[in-house]
Design a protein around this ligand. Structure first.
Ligand SMILES: N[C@@H](CCC(=O)N[C@@H](CS)C(=O)NCC(=O)O)C(=O)O
Length: 201
């Protein structure tokens, strides 16, 4: 398998999942502005949508969209319980989280990186993200991970919450989220991914 990624982007989440699952894979860095891989390939020929993450499978096809990729990785190693079994009630709870993270956190927090965003809009997005973080914090409570056991939803939540520090959102109002981020950062898969992407020394 091949993971197409960009440093610190949402592709960090399947990167962590692959490492936590102990699966073999190659990493291919993508220049998202130039739409070119580090090998000089035209990235738009790999994913016409032009964004990471992309998982190149051994059968020559590619899988896109973070939540789908995460579940694919988890299902390759069912014994690790990175996702509940397909078809179970708990699997739908995972999908509920992945959809929430992608639409209610990833996209709004990601939009704050846009320097052209007018202040009034930025203010509204900050308020919305604050309400969403209230929800995440209330659901996490004192649990160590989103669904009790570590899983792919945590890989994704960690990845998007990491961005808050770059867009001026402080997590201090939610001490359990601060503790969660510290706990996640201690995991070997997380540290390994951050080091490999050149984020952590
Ligand atoms: N719907 C996609 C969105 C992925 C996405 O937003 N990727 C960003 C990085 S976090 C990207 O590659 N942006 C570059 C672009 O859209 O040109 C998913 O959930 O995987």
């Amino acid at each position: 398998m091949k993971l197409y990624y960009s440093q610190g982007a949402c592709s960090l989440s399947p990167h962590i999942a692959l490492l936590e699952a102990g699966l073999p894979f190659d990493l291919v860095k993508v220049d998202l502005k130039a739409k070119q891989t580090e090998k000089g390939e035209n990235f738009l020929e790999i994913n016409a949508k032009g964004y990471v993450p992309v998982l190149g499978l051994d059968d020559g096809t590619v899988l896109t969209e973070g939540p789908a990729i995460l579940q694919y990785i988890a299902d390759l190693k069912p014994s690790l319980h990175l996702a509940p079994p397909a078809g179970s009630r708990a699997r739908y709870a995972l999908q509920e989280w992945l959809n929430f993270i992608t639409s209610e956190l990833h996209k709004p927090i990601g939009s704050l990186f846009n320097q052209n965003m007018p202040d009034s809009w930025r203010h509204s997005v900050n308020e919305l993200v604050g309400r969403r973080l209230d929800w995440v914090s209330s659901q996490l409570g004192e649990k160590p991970y989103l669904m009790n056991e570590f899983g792919v939803a945590d890989c994704y939540l960690f990845t998007v919450l990491r961005w808050t520090r770059y867009v001026g959102i402080k997590l201090n109002p939610w001490p359990n989220l601060v503790a969660y981020m510290d706990r996640m950062q201690e995991r070997s898969g997380v540290t390994h991914a951050l080091k490999t992407e050149g984020i952590l020394k």
